[in-house]
Design a binder for this molecule. Sequence first.
Ligand code: 5GP
Length: 200
Amino acid sequence: MGRNQETKEATGNRGHLLILSAPSGAGKTTIRNALCRRFPGTKYSVSYTTRSPRTGEKAGRDYHFIDKSQFEAGIEADRWAEWAVVHGNYYGTSGEFIDHWLARGEDILLDIDVQGTVKILKRYPQAVTIFILPPSMDVLRQRLESRGTDSQADIERRLSEAKREMMEKSRYRHLVINDDLSSAIDELASIIKSYEKGNQ
Ligand code: 5GP
């Protein structure tokens, strides 16, 4: 057992499960990466997916890219803390990863969609949920178009899913509007810090 872990257990410090959700194009990946740099001790849960890697994505860092039969074997084996079909692909969170780090009192960050959040809250009702909103649907469309990684059909699908997801925002404990990126990151960092100080 490491010193850090002993200290956490001695002080009764329990890890937090932080869930970040946002429609695609709301800036979540940039924000998530900035938060991982600010809170290097927080364990980021790398999801498993059957979608193909995008340009610049790295296996094991952005996602664990697996095929459909591997994913379905994971469902059979009850390997996922939650899983969902998003934009026609499977996405899932490793139950073992969450249980491993929570048992050691570490904070964990999940980047998952609304369906996944609902399932995680059933299993871990103490999870801290944060929803990132784009300033408007027009800005969201511009951001999706300018990132140039998705086809027009994909963009339309993501926009209609964004509308549907944004209707669920009241399920989340915290809402952050990503109008200005650095202010949104600061706001999220202060939310996370408020939990580190032991607030519920
Ligand atoms: P993308 O393909 O753009 O990386 O992600 C599409 C959506 O899937 C995002 O809303 C993202 O949060 C969500 N997502 C990523 N990983 C998981 C996961 O493990 N579980 C669930 N339920 N959603 C996920």
